[in-house]
Ligand binder design. Structure first.
Ligand code: TRP
Ligand code: SF4
Length: 335
């Protein structure tokens, strides 16, 4: 095992969905930034992964990659400490995926929970493709190629890390040497922030606030957020448990403010507009430094490109070393 593999490297990826929103910030990015203090971090744009489901919409890739990486940089992902790179710039991922596919039983992939779930969820799209079935194995290759010790995951990705461990174990067993490092899922506390309508925040549900949203727009979106439907008139009492605004208070407000909301809502002592004011202020205060930090990159996207190119080269060093070990273990000669 390489020295870096001694429990210190973290790897994670995100599909290039374009501008990120508050859900990404609280659910992943804040944590990614924090992890840089204790680990060597590899963060990559999973553009091949996006193709496993969105194989039809390829036109937006370029802008989406840059827009997303701007948001990474603006929320504190630091290219001096972390490797930021693009999956498709490293064909080594595809080679490892291919080689691992030789020994991975189909049943391991078919039983990954997200396989059936996503097929059901994205009903309009044909997902009976080879690429979609193989996507968790591609993810395994993404992780194993960097000897990652830890993968920060939300609930739905834990099964993929488990699969990665099994794939590594089988490979090492078959070839009689500890070539690949078994990663561990890193369950770190993340705060869940719902969308403006209380559902999961998602660009496609039209219920999100992007990290670089114009302040006036942010205010308007929160002002028009739905509240407890029982509060038709100002004099009707409400129940915070039935209101998405309350979930924002749970994330952003101190005890005193929350107490004020609970009392004011249930007694109709405050109106919903009053209640939303502190939320608007907190969100604006949170987003302002992000928008400011993003601006130089927005003005000069070439710099973002250079950061990615540099990250690609750093990643290539590590990936290349792993591939040499893998090819040797499999008896593939070097030419
Ligand atoms: N599968 C992840 C997603 O869709 C993205 C991803 C790809 C990833 N490869 C990874 C995450 C490796 C962690 C590690 O969100
Ligand atoms: Fe929601 Fe606040 Fe209105 Fe109660 S007062 S319904 S918590 S916005």
């Amino acid at each position: 095992m390489t020295e870096q593999a001694e429990g210190k490297r973290v790897l994670s990826g995100m599909r290039p969905t374009g501008k990120l929103h508050l859900g990404h910030f609280h659910g992943a990015l804040k944590n990614w930034a924090r992890l840089q203090d204790g680990y060597e971090c590899y963060y990559f744009v999973a553009d091949w992964h996006a193709l496993t489901t969105d194989y039809g919409d390829t036109g937006l890739f370029g802008n989406n990659v840059i827009d997303m990486v701007i948001d990474w940089l603006a929320t504190g992902i630091d290219p001096a400490r972390s490797s930021i790179f693009l999956q498709s710039a490293l064909p080594e991922h595809a080679e490892l995926h291919l080689l691992l596919s030789m020994t991975t039983p189909l049943s391991w992939l078919e039983r990954v929970p997200s396989y059936k779930e996503q097929q059901n969820r994205l009903e309009g799209k044909s997902l009976d493709t080879y690429g979609f079935l193989g996507y968790p194995l591609l993810q395994a290759a993404d992780i194993l190629i960097y000897d990652a010790a830890f993968v920060p995951v939300g609930g739905d990705q834990a099964a993929h890390v488990e699969l990665t461990r099994e794939v590594a174990r089988r490979f090492n067993h078959l070839h009689g040497a500890p070539v690949l490092t078994e990663p561990r899922a890193l369950h770190t506390p993340v705060t869940k922030l719902p969308g403006l309508d209380g559902q999961k925040m998602s660009k496609s549900y039209n219920n999100s606030i992007t990290l670089r949203e114009d302040p006036g727009q942010v205010e308007k979106k929160i002002r028009t957020m739905p509240t407890d439907p029982a509060r038709i008139r100002r004099s009707d009492p409400g129940d915070p448990a039935k209101c998405p605004v309350w979930q924002f208070h749970e994330l952003y407000s101190d005890d005193e403010t929350r107490q004020w909301v609970r009392e004011g809502c249930t007694s109709a002592g405050i109106g919903c507009i009053d209640c939303k004011k502190p939320v608007i202020e907190s969100v604006l205060a949170e987003l302002e430094p992000i928008r400011k930090a993003a601006q130089p990159y927005v003005d000069n996207p070439g710099e973002v490109r250079d950061i990615i190119l540099e990250g690609n080269e750093k990643a290539r060093q590590t990936a290349g070393a792993t591939m040499d070990r893998v090819r040797d273990a499999m008896g593939l000669s070097r030419w």
